[in-house]
Design a protein around this ligand. Structure first.
Ligand code: GAR
Length: 200
């Protein structure tokens, strides 16, 4: 059992997940980064952390299914059982959803179902909300629509701008996401261990 992180951009969540997983010696390790953006900063973080990374540019494939099949081939080689999206700005298609039922999670910078999709922080500011937050959820075929696993609220102050609110939200993400990912993946490990012991 292993974890793959998917990311498209800066990768602060990816880095935090790797650091915490190593500090806490998670039972289910993060073994690979999948990135859909050649040149994304997250690839530099992966190199620095010594995590193998693979870049697949969807444009290089004729179909989304072909792109995801290529990704899936890598995941199988690494015995990946959980996919953790961390700023992966792309809808997951049927190829990966069918291969990982209820095994793909995402983090989103709002209290879903408010402000799905891109620029959730900007959307929240434009609406003048006083509270926004962070959601961890299972991934389904929709845009940030899967069932919610955990949420944390973040207050929006009178003087908030996109920069300051993003920083507040990311600080919460960096605490919440590792905690939830560990819980989900280890819960399963412990359960299967109990089943195996009951059978033998
Ligand atoms: C994070 O804030 C994450 O919640 C968001 O992208 C950012 C990635 O930051 N994800 C989405 O908006 C998904 N719809 P990072 O690259 O520094 O981890």
């Amino acid at each position: 059992m292993t974890i793959a992180v998917f990311a498209s951009g800066s990768g602060t969540n990816f880095e935090r997940l790797v650091q915490v997983s190593r500090e806490e010696r998670w039972l289910v390790p993060i073994v690979v980064l999948i990135c859909d953006q050649p040149g994304a900063h997250v690839l530099k973080r992966a190199d620095r952390l010594g995590v193998p990374s693979y870049v697949f540019s969807p444009k290089a494939f004729e179909t989304k299914a072909a792109y995801e099949q290529a990704v899936y081939d890598v995941l199988r080689r690494h015995d990946v059982t959980w996919i953790v999206l961390a700023g992966y700005m792309r809808l997951v298609g049927p190829t990966l959803l069918d291969a990982y039922p209820n095994r793909i999670v995402n983090i989103h910078p709002s209290l879903l179902p408010a402000f799905p999709g891109k620029n959730a922080v900007g959307q929240a500011l434009a609406h003048g909300v006083k509270v926004t937050g962070v959601t961890v959820h299972f991934v389904d075929e929709g845009m940030d629509t899967g069932s919610i696993i955990a949420q944390r609220a973040v207050d929006v102050s009178e003087t908030e701008d996109e920069h300051s609110l993003t920083a507040k939200i990311q600080a919460v993400e960096h605490e919440l996401y590792p905690h939830i990912v560990r819980q989900l993946t280890e819960e399963e490990t412990t359960k299967s261990d109990i089943v195996e012991r009951a059978v033998t």
